[in-house]
Design a protein around this ligand. Sequence first.
Ligand SMILES: Cc1ncc(COP(=O)(O)O)c(C=O)c1O
Length: 422
Amino acid sequence: MNPYTHIKKQDRQVYAALEGEEARQAEGLELIPSENYVSLAVREANFSILTNKYSEGYPGKRYYGGQKYTDIVENIARERAKKLFGAQYANVQTLGGANANIAMYFALLQPGDTVLGMDLSHGGHLTHGHPVTYLTKIFKFVRYKMKDADTGEIDYDEMRAVALREKPKIVLAGFSAYPRELDYAQFVSIARSVGAYAVMDIAHIAGLIAGHAVKNPFDYGFDIMTSTTHKTLRGPRGGLILTRESEELAKKIDRMVFPGLQGGPHMNNIAAKAVAFGEALKPSFKMYVKQILKNAKAMEGVFKAANIRLITGGTDNHLLLADVFGSMGITGKEAESVLDEVGITLNKNAIADDMRGPMDPSGIRFGTPAITTRGFKEKESARVAELMVETLHKRTDQKALKKIHVEVKSLCKRFPIPKSFA
Ligand SMILES: Cc1ncc(COP(=O)(O)O)c(C=O)c1O
């Protein structure tokens, strides 16, 4: 099926780019741990007629008329999100994960307040206080880190000491590049000891939490969770803010998202979130997330056998971080580029306290959500890891690289991107 018949007739330039991307996604292996393939049902909702509608406000309280169906769709999305994560309240209007975090900060903090978050080179996200973000001009960010990058253990004693000294208003858990489970009870205890909110940015592991493959921070007393909807959760690009039980907090968040920071919600996108959340409530979603973890473990085994250092020593979730510079003398940028040549997409990434710069760091980050959606099991995942190791070793041997690319393409052919998840 060609879903772009009208674009083809009307706009050849955009059509050509879309066709190119169709082929790139079909013929390459996607290992970026924050990417995935959505179902055609999610894509249909995302390009639906709801794109035409303005719906400023919330269900039952809109600024414009004609909201009979938008209210239905947004209520479905909110109810499903609440059910998936065990929340009392859900805001489904934020346009992405960064927007969700910004709205959460502005709802809970006053300018000058402090946030205690994970150090960026130890796995935290840009929105957790990187100096390049405008957030750091408004709030103060202080850090916690791993005690030991070879085990991944967080230094909770140091974290507690920083909290007592700095009196943060938010203790923020969550990460973009950390392959282990956090000790949620410690976070909540540290937050309570200084009267801070306990917030978890679950963007990366939202699907794993929804499918019960990892622990749910709400079970440990976290107040709020922010998220993206497009990574392991396998929905459209977007954000989500969940409140465990406080109506007062939920109201503050709703007011901050709209009218505080955003304008009219993208109702087409909210419909796509509703469809994706419906998929995540199905038993088959649990199988998918379990397989994500098994596939990551299979890749871990291959990297360990090849003596390539894995940050934290391995993985308990969907992602892995390998110190390719320390292990093989190849930079993250070089690794990303040569793997791209054989049809394997991943990203260069800083490792803990990286001595190299962010544009050419020591590590690579990769993960299994997208290949799992494609149907890969442990055997195929291990084979992908073997092909990665071989690519890195034979990076100057064009003949070997061509052969690996042929095998990557044939794996992709055997496991086409699925259209639906029954
Ligand atoms: C932990 C975390 N939070 C927030 C975000 C930002 O999400 P978005 O790109 O949708 O704004 C990301 C994206 O990578 C993330 O990993």
